[in-house]
Design a protein around this ligand. Structure first.
Ligand code: SF4
Length: 343
């Protein structure tokens, strides 16, 4: 790890001023659960770290729109176990608790979760070419080890996946990211926050230089709280990234017809994968397996594996149907919730 400058501002404005006056590469740091790894492995050489842990952005509060505002610096564990999140957004709570380990969830911030980098092995191996780490150097994953890699939205320059669980639920819930810069505040729809690799795989998000994530806005989602499920399929039962994950939520009327549905996929693309056109196919229809199959077929249109990871396409299809089938039966309170209360 190289030497770097370090600042500890006490307000968002002073944090933005510290970043603005930095010369060379600079980063905000909160929990540091991914950033410090990147620095230790020399994937990232930072000239200045601006510690944002004292900006007062760690609250979780109801908002005027009837939803919930998550502070960017609230910890993942505090968010997952917050009583309002558990009561009104069980999908988000379940997704967070499916990710990482308890120790990491205690440190990791909500804003940092959105900004975590891919876990592509070659990205962390500085002896191999990687367009995301060093633009124009090539992609070592193509033709290499691709078990974890994308089946949707990849490009010839990068086939990496986004590894967050929390973000899959936020995509399904239609969250909005609030950011602040010297130019003022800005709101970014969650669907527009992460980007596909295209010709610029080194750029993960639409966040602009000098912008600070301050909050994540959750719209009201009470219609979904009784019928949601987060299904994560991975190589081992804990502390592993998703091969495929599904955040599913349904609003089913007393007549048995679907009034609204949300489905987002994780582990399959450079960003959480959601398609409102696929979701619309189920609206007004009975909540049956045949309908869920149609949603899965539509969501996976154009899916293409790399050979090694071709298995993810049928796996994703079955996972979508399974998650919707579980959701329609009723939201299950995760066992981790109970363990968390007694810990
Ligand atoms: Fe790098 Fe993306 Fe290729 Fe992985 S998939 S080696 S992150 S360019």
């Amino acid at each position: 790890m190289n030497a770097f400058d370090y600042a500890v501002p006490q307000s968002p404005d002073s944090a933005l001023a510290e970043i603005a006056k930095a010369t060379g590469s600079s980063r905000f740091i909160a929990g540091g659960t991914n950033l410090i790894d990147l620095m230790k492995e020399n994937v990232l050489r930072v000239g200045k770290l601006v510690d944002i842990n004292h900006l007062g952005l760690d609250g979780i509060e109801s908002n005027d729109a009837g939803g919930l505002t998550l502070g960017a610096l609230a910890r993942n564990a505090d968010t997952a176990y917050h009583p309002v999140v558990r009561e009104r957004y069980p999908l988000l709570s379940a997704a967070i608790l499916a990710g990482a380990s308890p120790q990491i969830r205690n440190m990791a911030s909500n804003g940092g979760n959105l900004l975590q980098r891919t876990r592509c092995l070659y990205f962390y191996d500085t002896a191999t070419p990687c367009n995301k780490r060093q633009p124009g150097s090539g992609c070592s994953a193509i033709g290499g080890l691709t078990r974890q890699h994308a089946i949707l939205g990849a490009s010839e320059h990068c086939i990496a996946t986004h590894s967050s669980d929390m973000c899959v639920a936020l995509a399904a819930l239609g969250a909005v990211v609030r950011v602040q810069s010297a130019a003022g505040p800005r709101h970014i729809a969650f669907a527009d926050f992460h980007r596909l690799p295209g010709e610029q795989p080194e750029v993960d998000t639409t966040l602009q230089p000098g912008e600070l994530i301050t909050h994540i806005e959750l719209p009201p989602a009470d219609r979904f709280k009784g019928h949601s499920a987060y299904l994560k399929l991975r190589d081992r039962a804990s502390y592993a990234f998703a091969l495929v994950s599904v955040a599913a939520a349904l609003d089913v009327g007393e007549d048995g017809l679907v009034r609204a549905v949300r489905v987002a996929l994780g582990g399959v693309a450079h960003k959480p994968w959601r398609d409102p056109v696929a979701e619309a196919m189920l609206v007004g229809q009975p909540a049956t397996e045949a309908g869920f199959q149609s949603v899965a077929d539509s969501l996976l249109q154009g899916a293409r594996g790399q050979g090694v990871n071709d298995f993810k396409i049928p796996m994703a299809r079955r996972a979508i149907v399974r998650a919707l089938s579980v959701a329609v039966q009723g939201t299950v309170v995760q066992q981790e919730h109970i363990e968390g209360e007694s810990a």
